[in-house]
Design a protein around this ligand. Sequence first.
Ligand SMILES: [Zn+2]
Length: 183
Amino acid sequence: MNNIFAIFNLHILHMQLSVLHYEIIIVSLWLIFCVMLTQLSSDEQYMLLALHEAELAAAEGEVPVGCVVVCNNRVVGRGHNLTETLQDVTAHAEIQAITAAAETLGAKYLVDCCMYVTVEPCVMCAGAIGWSQIRRLVYGASDEKRGYKSYAPRALHPKCEVVEGVLEDKCRELMKTFFSQHR
Ligand SMILES: [Zn+2]
């Protein structure tokens, strides 16, 4: 009789372990899915902040390019194009954001940072991004005429990961609308 109970208990234990395994697998898959979703949507969320900066530029009569710099899930710098306001051809959104980020962090190198910019950076900005050692660059619309990729594809830090095309349509539309109204 004791043997039967022992076998029965073992069977119950086995079933409990099986359920536990099943639950661990489900939770693991859910966590992986959540991480993927967070990664996917966080790029878009930060690009929306960059787009907001671009809209501020447009409202000020500036070419609508916006940028944010993110470090450990925190926006440490933001900026938009100010070339007309400052009468300064170097006052691009990326330069504003890099300067702001360095000031926030109290450090000139932005190694742990990711930059989100609505349009592919120009050669000057790509150089600045390279100097800042930013390790991830995410941009929306590509710029065949002025973008760094055509002229200086190696301007960024060699370890900088580049992601292009995030919210591309929105970024491009903003530029199109601006130029159709202003030029
Ligand atoms: Zn630039």
